[in-house]
Design a protein around this ligand. Structure first.
Ligand code: NAD
Length: 478
């Protein structure tokens, strides 16, 4: 088998020890790897690289496209950017995959039957990082959900289920409230699900779905979520499986992939041969599958399960009632190596297929819709005004077919016919509508009149129709 080049970073704290243990196990199992090492983390931050990674390290990542990463320490204080977010965004790693498995009765858990894989969209949603302070009182973060981004993550979830013999994919959204953004995610989920008739598909509103996941995780198999819900629920799922220290994760993109443990660098445990290397090892198992070395992945994973089952445990999962031997990092790795070729006898053995990754099909072509602009929402900063007072000033500035249709405050209609009980901030959304399509010039004209009248507008959103369908939400109470 040809050696596959990978990039390895030993990281900070316990990172070097658990990486060493992991690489020893991989080598003993016969993984064919050509390792390039890069430096990331604390030292790189302190050298002045704000994202904790030196420019030359990117060359290795772009060459190998496979990154096995130990945890790093983010220095205290401001000005440092998250290395993980930087790598994910720069390499376009759109899918975060985190298997959350219980290993009862060998590792304590409240949910012995739990075996859930969380697949989180990694690039979009509120994490697009587009935030503004708009007025004295109001801050905004834009939530972006795109059709191609959603199609990629949902298809990834179904392909993951197909390749791993899983039976069901569940989608969580909040589309009863966010009908357009989460609504799109749900809609694309239904469209892609229809292409996989052999896999059950279900959707839950995220609040009750999260409650059910925490209460009866056995009812779930693969779960696919937009970024924020996925961020939160992947931690919940790992925690309730009882195995935060045992979980690995993969970040997958079309041009690269990154594999790691979900825990951090545990600085207080560093250099003492205490840390559990399991999270990083299980991340490395996902890497082996990804690079087409599924047989080696199967051998490593089963030897690891057998080690856990034999009660050879590091301090973090050691339980005198269950464990047989408390070991350090190196001895744990030795125990796994000694069991290569063996399978677990109580826990379910794993069997990875040769098909480790899939080449996504081209995105579904989307015919361009006929778009018409029929109005504009103008957001105004005004700490003094009342709804009626603002409406009177704005009505005097109507023209070019645009008339004031509504004013809302924090999404609630306050004009016409607002209620005096509605709490108002200094941030007003003023909706101007036309009876038919209008040009950009009409909007610019309106803004010019507003500026001339001293109205402090801070943002506009065009009101459009796509193929005749209104593409904006109504105000509450409209
Ligand atoms: P942590 O995950 O490092 O530690 C939390 C607790 O779990 C500690 O008690 C620690 O001793 C224990 N622990 C973690 N991994 C263990 C292992 N493999 N074996 C045994 N015990 C283990 O979280 P923290 O203390 O909040 O963060 C420490 C540093 O790690 C911070 O600088 C943080 O920014 C960084 N961090 C990095 C990553 C990453 O690189 N992906 C992720 C999370 C945190």
């Amino acid at each position: 088998m040809a050696k596959i080049p990978i990039t390895v970073a030993r990281g900070d704290g316990i990172g070097p020890e658990i990486m060493d243990a992991t690489l020893r196990i991989l080598e003993a199992a016969g993984a064919e790897l050509e390792i390039e090492e890069i430096e990331i983390g604390e030292q790189a931050y302190l050298k002045g690289y704000s994202a904790g990674i030196a420019p030359e390290a990117w060359e290795s990542l772009r060459r190998t496209k496979v990154f096995l990463k130990a945890p790093i320490t983010t220095p205290q204080g401001g000005g440092f950017k998250s290395l993980n977010v930087t790598v994910r965004k720069t390499l376009g790693l759109y899918a975060n995959v985190r298997p959350c498995t219980a290993y009862a009765p060998f590792v304590e858990t409240k949910h012995p039957g739990m075996d859930v894989v969380i697949i989180r969209e990694n690039e979009e949603d509120l994490y697009a990082g587009i935030e503004h302070r708009q007025t004295d009182q109001v801050y905004q973060c834009l939530k972006l959900i795109t059709r191609p981004g959603t199609e990629k993550i949902v298809r990834y979830a179904f392909e993951y289920a197909r390749m791993n013999g899983r039976k069901k994919v569940t989608c969580f959204t909040k589309d009863n409230i966010m009908k357009m953004t989460d609504g799109l995610f749900h809609k694309v989920f239904e469209e892609v699900a229809a292409e996989y008739p052999g896999i059950e598909a279900e959707h839950w509103i995220v609040d009750i779905g999260a409650a059910k996941l925490a209460d009866t995780p056995e009812a779930f198999d693969v779960v696919v979520l937009p970024n924020l819900y996925g961020d939160i629920l992947s931690d919940v799922a790992a925690q309730i499986a009882g195995s935060v220290g045992l979980a690995g994760s993969a970040n997958i993109g079309e041009h690269g992939a990154m594999f790691e443990a979900i825990h951090g660098s545990a600085p207080r445990r560093a250099g003492q041969d205490l840390a559990n290397p399991s999270g990083l090892l299980l991340g490395a198992v996902m890497m082996l599958v990804h690079i087409g070395q599924s047989d080696v992945a199967t051998r490593v994973h089963n030897a690891w399960l057998r080690t856990i089952e034999d009660g050879i445990h590091t301090y973090d999962i050691y339980d005198p009632g269950v464990s047989k031997e408390k070991v350090g990092t190196r001895a744990f790795a030795d125990a796994v190596i000694a069991r290569l070729g063996q399978e677990p006898q109580h826990l379910k053995p794993v069997r990875y297929t040769a098909e480790g990754r899939f080449t996504p099909p081209p995105l579904k072509p989307q015919p361009r819709a006929k778009k018409e602009t029929i109005g504009v929402d103008v957001f105004v900063h005004d700490p003094e005004t009342t709804p009626d007072g603002l409406a009177a000033r704005l009505q005097a500035l109507e023209g070019d077919g645009l008339h004031l249709a509504m004013i809302t405050n924090r999404g609630v209609k306050v004009w016409p016919e607002g209620l005096p009980e509605t709490f108002c901030t200094d941030h007003w959304r003023c909706r101007f509508k036309a009876d038919g399509p209008i040009s950009h010039t009409a909007i610019v004209g309106l803004l010019g009149r507003l500026a001339g009248a001293g109205i402090d507008f801070i943002k506009t959103e065009h009101l459009c129709t796509f193929d005749g369908e209104e593409a904006f939400s109504k105000g509450q109470g409209e």
